[in-house]
Ligand binder design. Structure first.
Ligand SMILES: Cc1cc2nc3c(=O)[nH]c(=O)nc-3n(C[C@H](O)[C@H](O)[C@H](O)COP(=O)(O)OP(=O)(O)OC[C@H]3O[C@@H](n4cnc5c(N)ncnc54)[C@H](O)[C@@H]3O)c2cc1C
Length: 434
C-alpha cells in the first residue's frame, strides 16, 4: 500500500491503543458540590485532584468523554517550556519572573512522573528521556547556543546542553539539522492512557467525574453558581472553567472562547518501523522539535514514528493539509517514503494574545486556567494545584501566568481567516529558509 493511500482521518493512534475505560459517575439533579469543573482534560482532572486534597468536594463535568479534547489526542511531548523563551521573559519582565516560570516548568515535568507513579499508570508508557530542539539552519543553531549558555549561567539549569550536527545525525538519523539543544527535563508519554489512568485513580479516591454531560449554561448567584446540564441542575460554591481550546461547546465557557485562538494541530503515525529504520531513527526515544516558525515535531511510540505539525490547517481537516505533513516527514526521513501511515488525526491548541497560559479569576465564583499555546501536557496537569490554592483564598505566584490577565481577542469575526493568512505567511518564510 502506498504511504499516501490514506489512512482514515481519526481515530488517533492513542485511541487505537487505549486502555480499558473506567466506569464513570452519574450525578443527581440538585446535587451540591464545593467546586464544579467544566472539562475533563488534564486541567479539569488536576483541579479535581488538588481540590479534593484540600478537603473540598469537586465534580468534573465533561461534555464528551474524558480526554476527548486536546488531552487525549496530543503528541505526548512532556516539556516545561513556554512558547516565549525564558530569556525573552527575562529581558522584558526581569530575571526573577523568568526564574519563577522556569521553576514552574521543571515542577510541571517532574509532576508527570509523580502522577504516573502515584496512580500506577503503566499504560502511559512514560519515558523521562528529555527533549531535543533541532536547529533547521545555522542562524537558529547560533541562537540555540546563546539560549543554552543563558539557561546554564542565568538560571543555573545544567540539564541543557548543545549537540553538534554530527551528533544529531547519529541520534535522529537525519542530516537536515545544523545542531541542537538537549533538555533532559521531561520526555514522552501515551497521552490518552495517561488521562484514562488518572481519571480511574480519582474515581477510586471518590471524586465524581461525569461524562457525556455538557454544561449548557452557567449562572453566578449570590451564594454560588448554578450549572444546567441535560441531567439536571448542579449547584456549587465555585466553578473552574477547564475547557481551553474547546470552549465553543456552549455559552457556559464563552469568556474562554473569546480569549483563546483555536489553532489546528495535526499528527500522523507510521506502522511499526522495521530493520535499519527501526534501529537508526530517533535512537534515544526522546521528543524532537524543530526551530521553524510553523514548528514540526516527531517522536517514536510503540516502534512507530509520529510526526506532527501546525500549519495552514483550516477549521476542518483536509487531505491537502495531511499530505503536506506527510511530505515534510519524508523530506526529513527519506527512508519513510514507502512506509504506510496508519493513523492521521488532529485537534485544537489554544493560542493566546501574549503566547502565555493564564490562571486567574473572573469574579468571586469563577476560576479559569487556559491558553497553553500547544505546550500544555505538563503544565495543565499541574495547574490544578494552583487552581485549588486560588479556590481556597490563596494567591499563587506563577510569574506571568498569574500576574497578567487572559485578555479577550479583539475582532472575533476576522480572527480565523487572519490566523490562516498569518500561518500561510509563516509557512512561506519557513519554505524559503528565512
Ligand atoms: C494535536 C495536538 C498535539 C499537541 N501536542 C502537545 C504535546 O506534544 N505536548 C504538549 O505539552 N502539549 C501538546 N498539546 C497541547 C495539550 O494537549 C493541551 O495544552 C492540554 O491537553 C490542555 O488540556 P485541558 O484539560 O486544558 O484541555 P482539553 O484536554 O482540551 O479539555 C477540555 C475539555 O473540556 C470539555 N468541554 C468544553 N466545553 C464543555 C462544556 N460546556 N461542558 C462540559 N465539558 C466541556 C471538552 O469536551 C474537552 O474534553 C497538543 C494539542 C493538540 C491538539
Amino acid at each position: 500500500m502506498s504511504s499516501r493511500a490514506s489512512a482514515p482521518i481519526g481515530p488517533s493512534l492513542w485511541q487505537s491503543t487505549a486502555s480499558a475505560r473506567p466506569t464513570f459517575s452519574t450525578h443527581r439533579s440538585e446535587d451540591r458540590f464545593d467546586v464544579a469543573i467544566v472539562g475533563g482534560g488534564y486541567t479539569g482532572l488536576s483541579s479535581a485532584r488538588y481540590l479534593a486534597r484540600k478537603g473540598l468536594s469537586p465534580i468534573v463535568l465533561e461534555a464528551n468523554h474524558v480526554g476527548w479534547g486536546a488531552s487525549g489526542r496530543n503528541g505526548g511531548v512532556v516539556s516545561g517550556k513556554f512558547r516565549v523563551s525564558f530569556r525573552d521573559i527575562s529581558s522584558r519582565y526581569g530575571l526573577e519572573t523568568a526564574r519563577r516560570m522556569h521553576r514552574l516548568g521543571i515542577e510541571a515535568t517532574e509532576h508527570i512522573g509523580v502522577l504516573v507513579d502515584e496512580y500506577k499508570i503503566t499504560a502511559a508508557l512514560y519515558q523521562p528521556s528529555g527533549s531535543l530542539r533541532c536547529a533547521h539552519n545555522a542562524a537558529s543553531f547560533a541562537s540555540l547556543k546563546q539560549e543554552c549558555e543563558w539557561l546554564n549561567s542565568a538560571l543555573g539549569d545544567q540539564a541543557c546542553s548543545i549537540l553538534s550536527a554530527e551528533h544529531l545525525q547519529e541520534e535522529i538519523g537525519s542530516g537536515n539539522f545544523s545542531g541542537g539543544m538537549l533538555n533532559r527535563h521531561g520526555g514522552i508519554i501515551h497521552p490518552f492512557n495517561f488521562v484514562l489512568g488518572w481519571a480511574d485513580g480519582l474515581l477510586q479516591e471518590g471524586v465524581t467525574i461525569c461524562e457525556q454531560t455538557p454544561v449548557l449554561s452557567l449562572k453566578v448567584e449570590s451564594d454560588g453558581v448554578c450549572l444546567e446540564t441535560d441531567n439536571g441542575t448542579i449547584r456549587a460554591k465555585q466553578v473552574v472553567l477547564a475547557s481551553n481550546s474547546y470552549s465553543n461547546i456552549s455559552p457556559a465557557t464563552r469568556p474562554i472562547e473569546k480569549a483563546v485562538i483555536p489553532f489546528r494541530s495535526a499528527m500522523i503515525a507510521t506502522k511499526p518501523l522495521e530493520g535499519t529504520a527501526a534501529e537508526h531513527l530517533l535512537r534515544f526515544g526522546r521528543s524532537y522539535t524543530e526551530t521553524r516558525r510553523m514548528m514540526r515535531w516527531f517522536r517514536k511510540a510503540q516502534g512507530r514514528l509520529l510526526y506532527g505539525g501546525r500549519g495552514a490547517f483550516g477549521k476542518e481537516d483536509t487531505e491537502a493539509a495531511f499530505s503536506a505533513l506527510h511530505k515534510a516527514m519524508v523530506r526529513q526521513f527519506p527512508e519513510l517514503s514507502n512506509i504506510e501511515v496508519t493513523h492521521r488525526w488532529s485537534g485544537l491548541v489554544a493560542m493566546t494574545l501574549d503566547s502565555l497560559p493564564h490562571l486567574g479569576r473572573y469574579n468571586d465564583r469563577v476560576i479559569y486556567a487556559a491558553g497553553y499555546n500547544g505546550s500544555g501536557v505538563a503544565l495543565s496537569s499541574l495547574m490544578g494545584k494552583y487552581v485549588a490554592e486560588l479556590a481556597t483564598g490563596q494567591r499563587p505566584d506563577l510569574g506571568l501566568v498569574t500576574s497578567s490577565r487572559l485578555r479577550p481577542v479583539p475582532f472575533q469575526l476576522v480572527r480565523e481567516p487572519a490566523i490562516r493568512t498569518v500561518a500561510g505567511w509563516y509557512q512561506f518564510l519557513d519554505a524559503i529558509g528565512l
